[in-house]
Design a binder for this molecule. Structure first.
Ligand code: URP
Ligand code: ZN
Ligand code: ZN
Ligand code: ZN
Length: 478
């Protein structure tokens, strides 16, 4: 097995930065050494097969994207990244683990939904992967099956207060599922939007002829996110379930989370790059020769983009600084414009919901360091260390220390990338939601369990390199 020394870099963790060399033996980190330490005679290694020069660069734990949807059947089509293409793109972007959402659809057994997800992913991933379980049909059999999930390494499940007729759970179902969360210690992940009310508003807009993508965000008003977030918090309080709200975009939803956290409740939240950088106003202004105003469909996701004038984006950045939000995931759920987003021409309700960002998350969040919104350490914490702790992977992932998996990114702060429409990414998409973004910094080298999988822009990994991660219970709860 290969022994690798990453020398001359600045090792950044959630708590600080230090000039250090990192020694990797096979799949593990075996030592973090003072720069130029004499290896001979140390008990960790007597020879090094390969040296990676990280002079002038940051050495960080590989990114963990804890919210992805590879091959998700949704909106009459299927998310366009397979586990193979999506995890390869993730590797290019400095992400070395994902937690994807296995799906139990309505009428299906949880066990069968999970088995189907294992089948999609096994042998196809470039990087390590774990699963959350979507419970799309809460019934007695599902509740029984959920109790066994931790033994399978699945320690979190997602419920939906949105999407009636698809994944939606009513309050009675949520209450019962949260009781399982309390009993087992599994984390309840919640899509917090009032779906039934949104569907009424959406239908009324379409009746008025307001069918462009922009109206998706009008129908999904922030009041619907605030209300659902509050309801989820109260049901979690009542049952004693730990709660993690996914894809938070509304300022008022963050206020609800902060309110509950101040009372000592086990309530957490993530936001996503789209809610930090993109806005409803830009979606209204979106237009192209090919698609006209329908160009805005590339930014249709749920929760939706929010108004910049209302201050939602600033509020997300602030919450990332104050730890009212604890981490950043992508909610990577890509659809091509052609044949997929296009299904919603003339009716925004039929646009498949989702944005593809898995390849850009580390870079986009690094821009927060460049602009001074967050520190370098917070960047590492939000994108790697907290995701590891939140979802029971810490120690093995999320940190550069002896004994941890050698998931390491060498990041060049002097690199630069201009994101283009369709040619500058590896995600299986015919467009980019991030076209026109200028990114300072660049992922130089990516090591996944000891193997160099990305060197410069060259991919050296292979499908099947990534292994299933059996996760433990959350290491973040109070
Ligand atoms: O628009 C989104 N978020 N699509 C993926 C499904 C979900 O609700 O996370
Ligand atoms: Zn969701
Ligand atoms: Zn999602
Ligand atoms: Zn690159």
């Amino acid at each position: 097995m290969t022994t690798t020394l990453i020398s001359g870099g600045t090792v950044v963790s959630a708590t600080g930065r230090v000039a250090a060399d990192v020694l990797v033996d096979a799949e593990r980190i075996v030592a973090v050494l003072e720069p130029g330490s004499e290896l001979l005679g140390s008990d960790v290694a007597t020879s090094v097969d390969r040296v990676i020069d990280a002079t002038g660069k940051y050495v960080i734990p590989g990114g963990i994207d804890a919210h992805t949807h590879m091959q998700l059947p949704f909106g009459g089509t299927e998310a366009s990244d397979t586990f193979e293409t999506g995890t390869r793109a993730a590797a290019h972007g400095g992400t070395t683990s994902i937690v994807d959402f296995a799906v139990q659809t309505y009428g299906q057994r949880v066990e069968d939904g999970l088995a189907a997800w294992h089948e999609k992913a096994a042998g196809n991933c470039a990087i390590d992967y774990g699963f959350h379980q979507i419970i799309g049909d809460v019934n007695e059999a599902s509740l029984d099956a959920m109790r066994k999930l931790p033994d399978e390494g699945i320690t979190s499940f997602k419920l939906f207060m949105a999407y009636p007729g698809v994944f939606y759970s009513d309050d009675a179902q949520i209450l019962k599922a949260m009781q399982v969360s309390r009993d087992t210690g599994m984390l309840t992940l919640m899509h917090a939007e009032n779906g039934p009310a949104i569907d009424v508003l959406a239908a009324q807009l379409v009746e008025q002829g307001k069918t462009d993508p922009y109206y998706h965000g009008i129908a999904r008003a922030w009041e619907m996110e605030e209300e659902a977030t509050h309801r989820a918090i109260m049901l979690a309080k009542l049952t004693g379930a730990p709660l993690y709200v996914v894809h938070v975009s509304a300022k008022q939803a963050v206020e609800q989370l902060a309110w509950a956290r101040d009372k000592g409740q086990n309530v957490y939240g993530e936001t996503c790059p789209q809610y930090l950088y993109l806005s409803l106003e830009e979606q209204l202004g979106a237009s192209s020769d090919q698609w006209g105003a329908f160009e805005g469909a590339k930014w249709v996701c749920s929760t939706p983009l929010r108004s910049r004038a209302e201050g939602h984006q600033d509020s997300m950045w602030q919450a990332l600084r104050t730890n009212d939000l604890q981490m950043v995931s992508t909610d990577h759920c890509p659809f091509c414009m052609k044949d997929q987003k296009e299904l919603g021409l003339g009716d925004f309700r039929k646009i498949p919901n989702g944005i593809g960002s898995i390849e850009h998350r580390m870079d986009l969040m690094y821009q927060g360091v460049v602009t001074g919104e967050i520190t370098l350490e917070r960047w590492v914490e939000l994108t790697s260390t907290t995701p590891a702790r939140m979802f029971g992977l810490y120690g093995r992932k999320g940190v550069i220390q002896p004994g941890a998996d050698a998931d390491i990114v060498v990041y060049d702060p002097n690199g630069h990338t201009s994101i283009g429409y369709g040619k500058t990414h590896h995600m299986n998409m015919d467009h980019s939601a991030w076209e026109g973004f200028e990114v300072d910094g660049h992922v130089d080298t990516v090591i996944s369990r000891g193997k160099v999988v990305v060197d410069g822009n060259e991919y050296l990994g292979a499908k099947g390199d990534g292994k299933f991660l059996k996760r433990g219970l959350s290491q973040y709860l109070i």
